[in-house]
Ligand binder design. Structure first.
Ligand code: 76R
Length: 283
């Protein structure tokens, strides 16, 4: 008998097709400033220099991939480092490189999140479900594979899957999020049709910020505690407040989003890191 176990798959059970790109590690760090300030100034300078060297190396020497260092605005953490790499193995190495640096003796990792850049393809999934019976697993999976391959060949899709630091947008906003699974308010029980409608409306709000916000959604299901990591860049930090406020009133977020802690910061380059200690300490 052919496999029929999923033949009665309810429409609600269809996840959006997605394409995955680079792996991502978000790390928040707090620095032991008292230790740095009280140590021998030359040694303190060298310690910061090892961090600066790492930041420079990550910027250009980590291809395929890169890591961005950001100075956090809120006092409980000092830095956010976002690592992008083309494999989980290389992402693990990036974390290790940090641990080996003399700098890491003074930088405590506060929080970390592993995810992978994700392009959720609701429109494609809905379209496919209109033509192919998802209960016919073989036909469905074949059609899905073909559609994803065609999608993955598009240049703009590849660019979204392998994001670069937007040159003119030094500010970053990062937070993890989930979709709700409350009784009577469960994203994962909604029919595909309804989720696709909600995400299309979400996309309409998002596209109003084209050119003002660059967004990367990375999926962390099965990789970390949250379901997604949201990373936004802007030239003006008020754009973060604007887009996130606007989305709060849009049903996909208003009804179904749960947010983790938010962090906002500004890109810092290796050359600027050396100047972080007060002049007295770095003399
Ligand atoms: O069909 C479409 O056009 C929608 C494309 C799209 C998807 C599938 C899209 C567009 N997003 C998608 C998926 Mn998004 N996004 C967030 C947040 O703070 C909040 O309220 C939510 C955090 C922001 C700021 C944001 C921005 N998006 C997702 C998913 C996965 C859902 C799933 O798979 O079930 C999440 C968790 C999520 C969250 N989104 C856009 C934006 C912006 C700016 C866009 C338009 C991007 C563009 O067209 O370039």
């Amino acid at each position: 008998m052919p496999p029929t176990a999923r033949a009665d798959l309810p429409a609600a059970g269809i996840p959006p097709a997605s394409l995955e790109g680079w792996y991502v590690l978000h790390q928040t760090l707090s620095v032991d400033w008292p230790a740095l300030k009280s140590m021998d100034p030359r040694e303190a300078r060298e310690t910061l220099a090892s961090f600066a060297a790492l930041a420079d190396e990550w910027e250009t020497g980590a291809e395929p991939g890169w890591s961005g260092v950001y100075r956090a605005a809120a006092g409980s953490v000092d830095f956010l480092i976002v690592h992008f790499r083309d494999s989980l193995d290389r992402l693990i190495e990036a974390g290790h490189e940090f641990q080996l640096s003399p700098w890491s003796d003074y930088a405590l990792v506060r929080d970390e999140c592993v995810s992978v850049v994700e392009l959720g393809l609701y429109a494609l999934t809905r379209d496919l479900a209109g033509r192919i019976d998802p209960g016919d697993r073989d036909a469905w999976e074949r059609a899905l594979r073909e559609a994803l391959q065609a999608e993955g060949r598009k240049g703009f899709v590849r660019r979204r899957l392998e994001p670069r630091q937007p040159g003119d947008m030094p500010y970053i906003c990062y937070y993890p999020m989930d979709k709700r699974r409350n009784p009577g308010q469960n994203w994962y029980m909604l029919p595909l049709e309804e989720r696709a409608d909600l995400m299309a409306a979400h996309g309409t709000v998002g596209r109003r910020f084209a050119g003002r916000i660059v967004q990367v959604i990375s999926g962390s299901m099965g990789l970390d505690d949250w379901e997604w990591a949201v990373t936004l860049w802007a030239a003006d930090p008020l754009e973060f407040k604007a887009i996130i406020s606007e989305m709060r009133y849009d049903a996909a977020s208003a009804e179904y989003a749960e947010f983790g802690p938010f962090l906002v910061g500004k890109r810092i380059l290796g050359v600027e890191i050396g100047d972080l200690l007060p002049a007295a300490a770095s003399r």
